[in-house]
Design a protein around this ligand. Structure first.
Ligand code: FES
Length: 101
C-alpha cells in the first residue's frame, strides 16, 4: 500500500482512503487495493451472471485470466475487477441474479 506523508504534501488519511459506489452504495476502500479485494471484503462474491445460464459468477483466478470478475466501472463494461485499482469516486456496477444491473 502506498502512502504519502503529510510532510510530502499529502494528507495521510486522504491518500489512504477512497470512497467508491458499488451498485449505488458507498463503500470505503484503501486506494491501492484492487477492486476485487474491496468487493470481496464487502461481502460481494457474486459480481455478474453467466450470460447464457444466469449462473452467479465471481472472482476465481485473481490475475486477469478467467474473466469471472468482470464488472462495469465508470461506464466501461467488461472491466476485470482483479486488475483494477481503486480510485476515489469510482462507480461500479455488478450484474446478476438479485444484483443491481
Ligand atoms: S478473477 Fe479471474 S480475471 Fe479477475
Amino acid at each position: 500500500m502506498t502512502a504519502r506523508s503529510p510532510a510530502a504534501g499529502g494528507s495521510a488519511a486522504g491518500t489512504l482512503a477512497a470512497r467508491i459506489l458499488v451498485d449505488g452504495t458507498a463503500v470505503a476502500a484503501p486506494r491501492s487495493a484492487t477492486l476485487t479485494a474491496v468487493l470481496v471484503a464487502a461481502g460481494r462474491w457474486t459480481l455478474r451472471a453467466h450470460p447464457l445460464t444466469g449462473e452467479p459468477r465471481g472472482p476465481l483466478c485473481g490475475m486477469g485470466v478467467c474473466l469471472e470478475c468482470e464488472v462495469t466501472v465508470d461506464g466501461q463494461p467488461g472491466t476485470r475487477a482483479c486488475l483494477t485499482r481503486i480510485t476515489d469516486g469510482m462507480r461500479v456496477q455488478t450484474t446478476g441474479p438479485g444484483l443491481a444491473s
